[in-house]
Design a protein around this ligand. Structure first.
Ligand code: NAD
Length: 370
């Protein structure tokens, strides 16, 4: 594999996360050529220059199209707000670049479809920022399911809660604008949906209801502005496997900081996991003797690949940014034609279709086939 030139668009929360991943993927994994940090784009050119110096990029620009036109850029990291993803990703693919794009694909299904079409036409690699599927604990849960450890899965319950929109007095920003999407469902619910996709495949039908806890939020000058997105969503679903499920989403849930609580109920046992305790999961299996049956907690350890690439000692724990480093390595594997556990634009479209079916179900108050 040749050393790839990297372009990064956006330097906020996720932009920094991608920059850390590009800087760390070689030291952590050791099996790839060093990525060259070639070009960084930010909306504000001064901020672009500052961030390029901090993150280690050679060039900076206030115009992302300059970055796309740079022949030394082979891979583009897109970490801008959702409304920009389609335009930037399609332009990058048409210019012959591989794309690592933050989730969700795009607020409109038609744009997500155009992204998937552009990816197919280009023959280039695409990966979406579904980092939670990269947790070594999640990979091990997937292996346990494949090994039939808890029997046939008949019911899955997943909750995702955070409190970053819980304060009704917090200033209005892009996540409350309709241009960003529906709200909790696509900004947020796509993460639990990525776990369902990774562990079980597609969702087949849905019944959903969305809610706005705060109909207005203040602008910077205090004037109230109508909130256009839904911070809460409740969904009943069925998986293609036949299992039934419940998904509850709330980004206005005081006290919840990064909860993605998953309960998987099978015919011979149960697995539970919570992202707020991302270095452990719980397993209950009826194959234990009746006298000792109970949930046991399994802590992350070198046996859970690729934890061993980070730390040789068990139980010390990985963090959120480490998942992005693993995702970056999986992207490089995919570009190089090696096995890769990622969600690209083609599979991402399945998640987008489920989201739009949920929104349709909310509008029409009925079950919708995905
Ligand atoms: P952010 O507001 O912190 O950062 C966005 C950045 O994009 C800002 O620096 C902004 O100046 C820049 N930007 C906006 N328009 C631009 C343009 N035209 N050209 C260049 N730069 C531009 O937002 P964020 O929280 O980092 O979210 C960005 C994306 O990441 C969203 O799609 C969001 O859904 C996703 N996200 C993913 C995760 C995850 O766990 N994978 C977590 C949070 C956010």
């Amino acid at each position: 594999m040749k050393s790839l030139g990297i372009g990064l668009i956006g330097t906020g929360y996720m932009g920094k996360c991608h920059a850390l991943a590009w800087n760390s993927v070689l030291p952590v994994f050791g099996d790839i050529p060093r990525p060259r940090l070639v070009h960084l784009a930010e909306a504000n050119p001064d901020l672009a220059t500052q961030r390029a110096a901090e993150f280690g990029f050679e060039q900076a620009t206030g115009d992302w199209r300059e970055l796309i036109a740079n022949p030394d850029v082979d891979v583009v990291s897109i970490t801008t707000p959702n409304a920009f993803h389609a335009e930037m990703a399609i332009a990058a693919l048409e210019a012959g670049k591989h794309v690592w794009c933050e989730k969700p694909m795009a607020p409109a299904l038609a744009d997500a479809e155009r992204m998937a079409d552009a990816a197919k036409a280009s023959g280039k690699t695409t990966v979406l920022g579904y980092n939670y599927i990269q947790n070594p604990m999640m990979r091990h849960i997937s292996q346990l399911l494949a090994e039939d450890t808890i029997g046939t899965v008949n019911h899955v319950r997943v909750e995702m809660d955070e409190d970053f929109m819980a304060d009704p007095t917090a200033t209005f920003y892009w996540k409350s604008e309709a241009s960003s999407g529906y709200g909790a469902l696509d900004d947020f619910g796509v993460h639990p949906l990525s776990l369902l996709h990774y562990l079980f495949g597609n969702v087949s039908r849905v019944m959903a209801s969305m809610a706005k806890p705060f109909p207005t939020r203040p602008l910077k000058d205090g004037t109230p502005r109508d909130v256009e997105t839904f911070d809460i969503a409740s969904v009943l679903f069925e998986l293609e496997t036949g299992a039934s499920g419940v998904m509850a989403l709330n980004r206005s849930a005081w006290g919840r900081k990064g909860r993605i609580a998953l309960q998987i109920f099978g015919s011979r046992g149960t697995i539970t996991y919570d992202q707020e305790r991302m270095n452990e999961f719980q397993l209950y299996t009826t194959s234990d003797r009746g006298t000792e049956q109970g949930f046991r907690t399994i802590l992350t350890a070198p046996a859970h690949e690729p934890y061993n690439r980070f730390i040789p000692a068990p139980g010390h724990g990985l963090g959120f940014n480490d998942l992005k480093i693993i995702e970056c390595h999986e992207l490089l594997n995919k570009i190089d034609g090696r096995p890769s556990q990622t969600i690209g634009f083609a599979e991402g479209l399945d998640i987008e279709r489920a989201v739009h079916a949920m929104a349709q179900s909310h509008r029409e108050q009925r079950w919708i086939a995905v």
